[in-house]
Design a protein around this ligand. Structure first.
Ligand code: HOZ
Length: 433
């Protein structure tokens, strides 16, 4: 695809945003959508298919956001749409148990054997919040260790030095989180086992769990260094704390078994979201049988949900997991490699300092000349440059995450041609910035 002339008419999006701002706080339902970190008026989308998304004004883009990760098969794959239409005819919600929950649960356990028992919920936030409660009840301890720049949804205890939208908006520790609760969250440095060791040493017998994105996606993509995850496993075992992998982003994304399957480190609990719902609201937490048996009604830890295990979400999730093949991951790995090389090559030619991090089909180009391995190096990136890049790419028909501190996602619907177009647009955009 030739890169297009850089003009963009967004009159309808602008009008919708005006209306939205009079009813929704900040005009959006999730902060990153407001484009505050990249400037320019936010887009309203109206339809998407395959690797393409179309805004309210009819502009079409190659989509590198892909709904932030769930759409590993692309937008609206025919089979999924058909399965959902059939499921809808049978009823949209029962608030009662259905066979699909059992099927999806069994499928999750096949792909991720550490998930011996699973509970379906509606969002990643619910999954991590519930996992923390279970870990506290199981260990009878209150403190949780998280990592600077990791994001585990917006429950109170996790909005401490958080990544994703919280970092983008400059509120990594949000007002409204009571000090008493924030004090129970201890913060360590990603890829720094000593910082975790120090926390265990300073809080003997108090730490219920260490929660980590085993490959971080919410400060942009940051990879675990060799030995980091195994080191966390060993420290947790030594100190009687639970290891919780937040694989909301990476689960079924970096491989069928998530990061845990790729690096052979077994967490006690795993949080899942995104792909597990195939684009519908669905998430889950699960893990060791003895720990999960704490969850009501098997045990005393209360957690419930009217729409948990919803038939449409289960249908989409099951379809999505049933279509994960070795070939899909091979193709995605090739496309990702092509994208990494395309971005790096374009930056080199344009004389722009860029570090490209990638795992599975998640990619982040950081505008910095330093290798990015933790929060401190991620935040050394030039966010103003990313904003300019984002706006130039939009004009050239490529829709990127409207923040430096997010992952780009590829899907089975992207083609080598799409990637060539993204690389060509990158070169043009960098020259125009
Ligand atoms: N939590 C998602 C991944 N970082 C982004 C979605 C959002 O904040 O709207």
């Amino acid at each position: 695809m030739a890169t297009r002339t850089p003009t963009l008419r967004t009159t309808k999006s602008a009008r919708l945003y005006d209306r939205a701002s009079a009813i929704l706080p900040g005009g959006v339902d999730s902060p990153v959508r407001a484009f505050r970190a990249v400037g320019g008026a936010p887009l309203f989308m109206r339809r998407a298919r395959g690797s393409r998304i179309e805004d309210a004004d009819g502009n079409r883009y190659i989509d590198c956001v892909m709904s932030w990760g769930p759409l590993i098969h692309g937008h609206a794959p025919r089979g999924l749409v058909k399965a959902l239409a059939a499921a809808t005819r049978e009823g949209t919600s029962f608030g009662a148990s259905i066979e699909l929950e059992v099927k999806l649960g069994e499928r999750v356990r096949r792909l991720m054997p550490a998930v011996e028992r699973v509970r379906f919920v509606n969002s990643g936030t619910e999954a991590t919040m519930s996992a923390a409660r279970v870990a506290r009840a199981f260990t009878r301890r209150d403190r949780i260790v998280k990592f600077e720049g990791c994001y585990h949804g917006h429950a109170d205890g996790f909005l401490v030095q958080a990544g994703s939208g919280a970092l983008t908006l400059g509120v990594p520790t949000s007002p409204g989180v009571p000090d008493a609760l924030a004090a129970l969250t201890l913060v360590a440095r990603y890829n720094d086992l000593e910082s975790v060791d120090r926390l265990f040493a300073g809080h003997t017998g108090e730490i219920a769990a260490v929660i980590v994105e085993p490959a971080a996606g919410n400060m942009g993509v940051v990879l675990p260094e060799p030995g980091f995850l195994q080191g966390l496993r060993d420290l947790c075992t030594k100190h009687g704390a639970l290891l919780v992998f937040d694989e909301v982003m990476t689960g079924f994304r970096v491989g069928p078994g998530g990061v845990q399957g790729a690096v052979h480190v077994t967490p006690d609990l795993t949080c899942l979201g995104k792909i597990i719902g195939g684009g519908l609201p669905c998430a889950a937490y699960g893990g060791r049988r003895d720990v999960m048996e704490m969850v009501a009604p098997a045990g005393p830890v209360y957690q419930a949900g009217t729409l948990s295990g919803n038939p449409l979400a289960m249908t989409a999730g099951l379809w999505s997991l049933e279509h994960l093949t070795a070939r899909l991951y091979r193709d995605l790995a090739r496309l990702t490699q092509q994208l990494v090389e395309g971005l790096a090559g374009a930056a080199r030619e344009a004389g722009v300092a860029l570090q490209v991090n990638a795992m599975g089909s998640m990619v982040t180009p950081f505008f910095t000349d330093r290798p990015v391995r933790d929060y401190e190096s991620a935040t050394s990136a030039d966010t103003a440059r990313y904003g300019a890049f984002f706006r130039e790419m939009l004009k050239r028909g490529v829709y990127l995450p409207p923040s430096q501190f997010e992952a780009w996602f590829l899907s089975a619907a992207h083609t080598p041609r799409d990637i060539r177009a993204i690389a060509a647009a990158t070169f043009d955009a960098m020259r125009a910035m």
